[in-house]
Design a protein. Structure first.
Length: 46
């Protein structure tokens, strides 16, 4: 999503993930894996 010239100390990714989580609602679809990054979780179908 971002090129090599992006500021690594920016909170752009954090803000984007936060907005996506808010829009997707419950149950949480995006999970955080500490030290690794983010992952899209499997959501059980009803």
């Amino acid at each position: 999503m971002w090129d090599e010239n992006a500021d690594p100390f920016s909170n752009t990714v954090t803000v984007t993930i936060s907005r996506l989580r808010r829009k997707l609602g419950s149950p949480p679809v995006i999970t955080t894996t500490p030290g690794v990054g983010y992952r899209i979780a499997d959501v059980p179908t009803v």
